[in-house]
Design a protein around this ligand. Structure first.
Ligand SMILES: Cc1ncc(COP(=O)(O)O)c(C=O)c1O
Length: 419
């Protein structure tokens, strides 16, 4: 007999309060954060220096600079790659907004490339047709913690003499062909915001193996100064700069969480695999794939609803929200991530960056077309997905994973009740 869905007045499956909050806090966090609080330096202090060194060692990079956001670290990548006025930078059509707006921050122009539906990452088959004489770099986003096809991307970059920036903001510890993300391209950005696998409250990290890139990024990071030794700082501005430094308190929190990151990631890999196993015979779900050579960090478990099979293709996005409401009513913690593909956002459609047409009408720029029909896979993904993060992370356990799977099964097997 059909079970009555909670949204139709049936009993809620998963009790309120089941999902524990992220990240787990223990004595390590309290000790490091309290020591910082009681210390003498609340700006860029000893924890910032230690955090940079420890993160570089953990990830396998020569150099790291801690920042106050992943977006700041991305902007530093652009500068490290010498992107400037009129230069074009290739970006996937579906990502977080600042994967693309970081390009405009240095007066360069994003050029979007559609995604591959299965991996949800940039489609390497479509990159070359977007390359022009103005192209300077490719931003490879490792979306939802799954590495982009880095072998293909690096080969294209080499052929066309382009730089590769890894947006690893969601992908701490993910691996492509056995190599950690952030060690494959020319430079990379990580984020440590609230939702990330390494949470420092807010914050980010710029990483590279190139000393030249390090120096360019460092100048932007601190007011355009180049002196790095605080004792010998000359307060002279040598180039255009921002204030992207991190605070000691955030770095202390980040250091404490970094000590536990490998355990977090090991659990996320287990919990996401387990969920795939439990969901594999649930109707109308398109589950995440594991492309060859790619090891996810399990950041955001992203499912697409097969709305065509349900006969609801016309109002796909609308019906997807109804399913999510039904899932939430059962206590399944899931939701839509980005509601718009990047080129459809007003900033690109109106070409409204710095005003007065910049950067699109700056000297050296050429016309770029943002008509949304060019990105059908990104749009399809955007309209049909739902994601899950916290229930699949510590301190939750595999019982929570089972409950989430039960919630999906209950709703999808009774989909007629919400049609
Ligand atoms: C793919 C991606 N890039 C960049 C960012 C920006 O990171 P932050 O919020 O730390 O600036 C995020 C943050 O959500 C992200 O998910």
């Amino acid at each position: 007999m059909a079970e009555k869905l909670a949204i139709r007045g049936g009993t809620r499956l998963i009790p309120e309060g089941t999902i524990k909050k992220w990240p787990p806090i223990d004595e390590t966090d309290k000790k490091l954060v309290m020591e910082s609080l009681l210390g003498a330096n609340h700006a860029f202090g000893p924890n910032c220096n230690a955090f940079q060194e420890e993160f570089a060692a953990w990830n396998g990079n020569k150099y790291a600079i801690t920042t106050n956001s992943g977006t700041a670290a991305l902007h530093m990548c652009l500068v490290a790659c010498d992107c400037g006025t009129g230069d074009e930078v290739i970006v996937p059509a579906y990502s977080w907004s600042s994967s693309a707006t970081c390009v405009m921050q240095h007066n360069s122009i994003p050029v979007f490339v559609d995604i591959d539906f299965d991996s949800m990452n940039i489609d390497p088959d479509k990159i070359e047709q977007a390359i022009t004489s103005k192209t300077k770099a490719i931003i490879a986003v490792h979306l939802h913690g799954l590495p982009a096809q880095m072998d293909r991307i690096m080969a294209i970059a080499k052929k066309h003499n382009l730089k590769v920036i890894e947006d690893a903001c969601q992908a701490h510890g993910a691996k492509f062909d056995g190599k950690k993300v952030g060690t494959i391209g020319d430079c990379a950005a990580f984020s440590f915001n609230q939702n990330k696998c390494l949470c420092a409250g807010e914050g980010g990290m710029f990483v590279t193996d190139s000393e030249e890139m390090l120096e360019k990024a460092r100048a932007l990071w601190s007011f355009g100064e180049t002196i790095t030794d605080m004792k010998n700082r000359d307060y002279h501005v040598y180039s255009m700069g921002w204030m992207y430094r991190n605070s000691d308190l955030n770095a202390a929190f980040g250091r404490a969480q970094l000590k536990k990151l490998d355990d977090y990631l090991a659990y996320q890999r287990e919990s996401t695999k387990h969920l795939t196993e439990l969901l594999k015979d649930v109707p109308y779900l398109i589950l995440p794939t594991s492309p060859q050579k790619c090891e996810t960090n399990g950041y955001n478990y992203t499912i697409r609803f097969d709305l065509k099979a349900m006969g609801c293709e016309e109002d796909a996005s609308e019906f997807r929200y109804k399913i999510i409401e039904a899932l939430k009513a059962e206590g399944v913690e899931t939701g839509v991530w980005q509601r718009f593909i990047l080129p459809a956002m007003a900033v690109f459609q109106a070409k409204n960056g710095y005003g007065k047409g910049c950067p699109w009408h700056c000297p050296n720029a050429q016309e770029v077309d943002y008509s949304v029909e060019q990105y059908p896979m990104a749009q399809k993904h955007c309209d049909t997905h739902t994601g899950m993060t916290m229930p699949l992370r510590l301190p939750n356990d595999l019982k929570t994973v089972m409950l989430m799977a039960d919630g999906f099964r209950k709703v999808m097997e009774n989909i007629d009740q919400i049609k």
